[in-house]
Design a protein around this ligand. Structure first.
Ligand SMILES: NC(=O)c1ccc[n+]([C@@H]2O[C@H](COP(=O)([O-])OP(=O)(O)OC[C@H]3O[C@@H](n4cnc5c(N)ncnc54)[C@H](OP(=O)(O)O)[C@@H]3O)[C@@H](O)[C@H]2O)c1
Length: 334
């Protein structure tokens, strides 16, 4: 990921914030939902300059309001809808199942119906938490989901709803998403590392940390290829794909890598890290033990692989440092 990527558009409250010359004939109209989230911000970076982008956060479109979704999408009339919004509070979803289902399960169906009506391409994201984790080796797209949590169940409902509607849609299942901004494990570790000298981290859940930037760049590359006719008709490419950074680790392994690199890049002291089993860190929602996803289908169909997770971590830490420095220099000039 470039550390000198253009600044993302500010999320708009109406679908009218072109990132490039409006109306230029070769640029597709792209509607990005969830514009303030980790992935939403990175999608804006990746599509800026290549599309006429309208980016909406929850103030621009509340995905729990069905009619609002239909009105906004019809008004924007996009050729591509990128749905980066979701109810992502995995533990809170256990006590807010209806809201989680409205955003993760029902809104994707409405988006798919509206996309079909416009013949637009819908790109939606789902999660490794649709699986129960009881498999040796990486999960494939044909493995049977069995979510352990309300979040996982609602995300699975969203996948199924989109597939039932059909049309020109792509669902990318990903995992352990993080970015230089937003709420994520990387930023939590960096903060806790400054506050404490000893951290206990779960070491019996296996997954693939994936940067929002890698996801956004891969999405841009695939969407561009589809619009250019590179991948053939929709029956050749529409469907569900796993999309994560390459390799896998545990949360403990991820934390070790973060602090080793942070010590060099951010000159931050390294706390003592203690590996613990999930049983010593009970959470309201259960997580799968092995949620590593096979990316073979993505590579086969689109000829594309995301970076190995340690490489993507380096890039995101560098970007984190860049934004921290930018913040400091802005404060200095205030
Ligand atoms: N984060 C992960 O570890 C992870 C792992 C696997 C898959 N995924 C999937 O990857 C995708 C992107 O995740 P992310 O990490 O970028 O999530 P995120 O940072 O939590 O962003 C989600 C965005 O959705 C917005 N949103 C929530 N409720 C909404 C509503 N009612 N109407 C409109 N917008 C609403 C949120 O707005 P507010 O900021 O205002 O709440 C937030 O900006 C999601 O589909 C997620 O399920 C994420």
């Amino acid at each position: 990921m470039s550390t000198h990527a253009p600044q993302p558009n500010r999320p708009a409250s109406a679908p009218s914030s072109p990132a490039s010359a409006p109306g230029s004939p070769q640029q597709p109209r792209v509607l990005i939902l969830g514009a303030a989230g980790q992935l939403g911000v990175e999608l804006q970076r990746s599509f800026a300059g290549h599309a006429e982008v309208a980016a909406l956060d929850r103030h621009g479109l509340d995905l729990s309001a069905e009619q609002q979704i239909r009105d906004v999408v019809r008004r924007a009339s996009p050729q591509v809808i990128l749905n980066a919004s979701a109810y992502t509070a995995v533990d809170r979803a256990e006590t807010e199942p209806d809201l989680a289902m409205a955003i993760n399960g029902h809104a994707p169906r409405v988006l798919a119906e509206e996309a079909l009506r416009l013949n637009a391409l819908l790109v939606h994201y789902s999660t490794d938490y649709v699986f129960d984790g009881n498999k040796q080796g990486p999960w494939t797209e044909t493995d049977t989901p069995h979510p352990l949590s309300v979040y996982g169940a609602t995300k699975l409902a969203g996948e199924e709803a989109i597939r039932a509607v059909g049309g020109r849609s792509l669902i990318f299942r990903t995992s352990w998403v993080y970015a230089p901004h937003g709420k994520n494990f990387l930023l939590t570790m960096l903060r806790l590392g400054r506050e404490r000298d000893r951290l206990s981290i779960v070491d019996d859940q296996l997954g693939a940390p994936t940067t929002a930037s890698e996801l956004a760049q891969a999405t841009h590359s695939i969407v561009s290829g589809i619009l250019a006719g590179q991948f053939g008709p929709p029956e050749d490419w529409a469907g569900l794909y796993h999309m994560t950074c390459a390799g896998s680790t545990t949360w403990y392994g991820f934390a070790q890598a973060i602090f080793q690199r942070a010590a060099q890049l951010l000159h931050q002291p390294i706390p003592e890290l203690v590996p613990i089993p999930s049983s010593q860190y009970p959470t309201p929602a259960r997580r799968p033990q092995n949620s590593v996803l096979s990316n073979a289908l993505l590579a086969e169909r689109f000829g594309l692989r995301l970076a190995p997770w340690p490489v993507a971590l380096d890039a995101t830490l560098a970007a984190t440092l860049d934004s921290a420095l930018a913040e400091l220099s802005q404060k200095a000039t205030e």
